[in-house]
Design a protein around this ligand. Structure first.
Ligand code: F6R
Length: 251
């Protein structure tokens, strides 16, 4: 596991975008796993900017969402599909048909989860972007999730709903349920890239990276993967005891 402490949030976004750029340029066709949330906005904006300047092309990339809320209207701007469409499809040359996610409006969600699991496995994700919840979740695998879990419908815990309320209009609560790739699904990706910024991430980052692997901290499953890069800013790195393994250039 490589741990990179970037000088600040902007530098963390640039460093993450550098890793995505190298990955996208490494092959003729690539499958990129995308996380959403506040932390990902910087890296996704950086990637979109590089595409707009002609420095990067996503024309041969397929992107796969990690998770999606259940219970929003199909065109709700807070859905993860709408968010990735706004941040990555519209401003780049990524084809709209190249964005894949679970369909939370399928009346048979059990079949939908099985189908999305099959599609993600068939895609062979080369690089998976990840954020971490303040409760240690990855994707929407909340504490207590099996490390062997696959794509499924989950109930979001109250900490997650309260953290994510900032992305919803005033007075609107995030849904109670979501579809998420499982921990075992995520671990199938060839490379994992976790980005965490801000003081609220310090404790979950330290528990995930430096304490024993446990289903109480789903992100600790990253310790089981052979190719993980973690990019953190200084507040998120504050409780790490180990030295960072790689320097980072300033923004
Ligand atoms: C969302 C996802 C979540 C977020 C995590 C961090 O697709 O996978 O695990 O990455 O909740 O969210 P922020 O960055 O908003 O703190």
């Amino acid at each position: 596991m490589r741990i990179v402490v970037a000088p600040d949030r902007a530098a963390a976004a640039q460093h993450a975008a550098d890793i995505v750029e190298r990955f996208v340029n490494s092959a003729v066709a690539t499958a990129l796993g995308i996380a959403t949330g506040e932390t990902m906005e910087g890296p996704l904006a950086e990637i979109a900017g590089r595409c707009q300047r002609g420095a990067l092309s996503l024309a041969h990339t397929e992107v796969y969402l990690l998770d999606e809320y259940v219970g929003l209207e199909p065109d709700d701007p807070c859905s993860f599909a709408s968010t990735v469409n706004r941040l990555l499809v519209q401003p780049t040359d990524l084809s709209p048909g190249a964005m894949h996610g679970p369909n939370p409006h399928n009346p048979d969600l059990y079949a939908e989860c099985a189908d999305y699991e099959r599609r993600v496995r068939a895609a062979r994700i080369g690089l998976q972007l990840l954020g971490i919840g303040t409760n240690g979740h990855i994707a929407f695998n909340e504490p207590g999730s099996s490390l062997a879990s696959s794509t499924r419908v989950v109930q979001l815990n109250e900490q997650t709903r309260s953290d994510n309320a900032r992305a919803f209009p005033d007075g609107t609560c995030p849904p109670r349920a979501a579809i998420t790739q499982g921990i075992a699904t995520i671990l199938l990706a060839r490379k994992l890239l976790l980005v965490a910024c801000g003081q609220p991430k310090a404790r979950p980052v330290a528990r995930a990276l430096e304490e024993p692997v446990t289903r109480s901290v789903p992100a600790s499953a990253l310790q089981l993967h052979p190719d993980v890069t973690v990019v953190v800013d200084p507040p998120a790195a504050a409780l790490l005891a180990d030295e960072p393994s790689q320097p980072c250039r300033p923004a």
